[in-house]
Design a protein around this ligand. Structure first.
Ligand code: GLP
Length: 242
């Protein structure tokens, strides 16, 4: 695992956007696995700026989601499909056809999970998977004690994650869904390159356990230690407990 400490979130966003641009220059139809939450926003802004300036052509890029809430209508502004469309697909000028995600509105959610795992494999696998980290060490929505071999499946959110995410729902925890579909840790580990960005002091403990603690299901992000090409980018605040 490579750990890169950057001065601030903007520098982290720029560094990772440049890695994505380099990938797209090598492989124009690369499958970009994107994450949601506030942390990756500087990455998407920096990548969109590179596309706008002509520094990279992303017109053939493909994008896939890491996770999704169950039960939010797909047009809901906080469904992860809507967030990724707004923050990544539209700014990069991609069509919705180049974008895939798990269907959190499906009648048969188990089938939707299996179908999503299959479509990632059929698309040739994820070339670069961006990850944030929850304050409890979760990646995607793999909460503590998720199996390190898990596949895309339904999970129940912890109270802590619902509290953390309530800010996207007018601060009202009652509006935060209880259930989600998330790529499993085993699914995530199949991506060719994993890049986790963590910023701010609130992530410092989770980062320390991810990087310096044992590989343990209680800290799902520690599974990155098992990957042959994992990069953890942290700002100074998030690195403060390393
Ligand atoms: C959610 C997402 C994760 C994300 C996490 C942290 O739980 N499912 O992918 O990493 O939030 O979000 P933030 O970056 O806003 O702290």
């Amino acid at each position: 695992m490579e750990v890169v400490i950057v001065p601030d979130a903007a520098a982290g966003g720029e560094l990772i956007a440049e890695a994505m641009a380099a990938l797209l220059r090598r492989k124009p139809d690369a499958l970009l696995g994107v994450a949601t939450g506030s942390t990756p926003v500087p990455i998407y802004e920096a990548l969109a700026a590179k596309v706008a300036s002509g520094a990279v052509d992303a017109s053939r890029a493909r994008v896939c989601q890491l996770d999704e809430y169950v039960g939010l209508p797909s047009g809901h502004p906080e469904s992860y499909r809507s967030v990724v469309l707004r923050q990544v697909v539209e700014p990069l000028g991609l069509s919705t056809g180049s974008f895939m995600g798990p269907d959190g509105t499906a009648d048969d959610l188990l089938a939707a999970c299996e179908a999503y795992d299959r479509s990632l494999a059929e698309a040739g696998g994820v070339d670069i998977q961006l990850l944030g980290i929850g304050t409890d060490g979760h990646i995607g929505f793999n909460e503590p004690c998720s199996s390190l071999a898990s596949r895309t499946r339904i999970k129940t959110l912890t109270e802590q994650t619902r509290v953390d995410n309530a800010r996207f729902f007018d601060g009202d925890i009652e509006q935060v869904p209880h259930h989600v579909i998330t790529q499993g840790i085993g699914t995530i580990l199949e991506a060719r390159h994993l890049v986790l960005l963590a910023t701010g002091e609130g992530k410092a403990e989770a980062v320390a356990q991810t990087v310096e603690g044992p590989v343990a299901a209680v800290v799902p992000a520690s599974a990155l230690q098992l990957h042959r090409h994992a990069t953890v980018v942290v700002d100074e605040a998030a690195a403060s407990k390393l």
